[in-house]
Write a protein that binds this ligand. Structure first.
Ligand SMILES: [Zn+2]
Length: 248
């Protein structure tokens, strides 16, 4: 017996299956990440295939069986499709990188309504172009890491526990961020610029980011990628952002 359930979700990815079907991975409000098969979706007369495109925010009715990894779609309707993300390459790239993070680092059937809400919110902010999409990506990334239990700590020095403040500092994966005094007395630490520290500070504390260069945004996102790899060894990095590939 399967249950008939209704839930909202963001489509993370889509894959052809057999001659006419599709399998989508979707992050749902009520059940977390799920794989759903849409039978006959690639029928040229139907619109189902387009509704199930990655990035779309949909409402679905599903036949759900707990014993099954793949659930069966009954019907799907679109709630939002973020046209302004799709018309801009930068916005698309960062939005797809967000989907990739969620797809690769969440577990199937693990409900997290806060994460779902955050995902819907960040996609609408990127769509509205409220900030550079790379900054919005960084904001989501930090929120996401804290939801996964790997919140980045930047206010207290990892060695002496003093407030880190606004100056430069240091970092290693063992110590985390450290204050400028500890940085000077521990030569093995990596230098962190005042700019990068204050950028992370704005992101973590939900403050507006002003006068930051695209270079700094990239530097910060590369840092987050390395931070994630360090905490989650299986994580191989994000494919959707091509600049990551040059910094491995
Ligand atoms: Zn210190």
């Amino acid at each position: 017996m399967s249950d008939i359930i209704k839930t909202e979700g963001i489509v993370l990815s889509k894959l052809n299956y057999g001659d006419t079907s599709l399998i989508i991975s979707v992050y749902t409000e009520s059940y977390g990440k799920m794989s759903v098969i849409i039978k006959g979706a690639r029928n040229p007369k139907g619109k189902l295939g387009m509704i199930a495109d990655p990035l779309n925010y949909v409402q679905m009715v599903i036949y759900k069986k707990d014993s099954r990894d793949l659930q069966l779609l009954s019907s799907v309707d679109i709630i939002a499709h973020y046209p302004r993300i799709k018309e801009d390459l930068d916005r698309t790239q960062y939005a797809l990188a967000i989907l990739e993070l969620v797809k690769r680092l969440t577990v199937e059937n693990e409900t997290n309504k806060k994460l779902f809400k955050g995902l819907v919110k960040i996609l609408s902010l990127i769509d509205l172009a409220m900030e550079h999409p790379g900054i919005l990506f960084g904001r989501f990334y930090l929120f996401f890491l804290s939801e996964l239990g790997y919140a980045m700590q930047i206010t207290k020095c990892g060695i002496c526990e003093a407030e880190i403040g606004k100056g430069t500092g240091g970092y290693t994966f063992e110590t985390g961020f450290v204050c400028v005094n500890c940085f000077e007395s521990h030569p093995q630490l990596n230098f962190i610029s005042a700019e990068l520290l204050s950028y992370f500070f704005c992101l973590i504390n939900n403050r507006p980011v002003k006068n930051f260069s695209v270079d700094l945004i990239k530097q910060a996102n590369i840092f987050l990628n390395r931070y994630t790899k360090n905490h989650i060894p299986d994580f191989t990095g994000i494919q959707s952002l091509n600049y990551y590939n040059n910094f491995k």
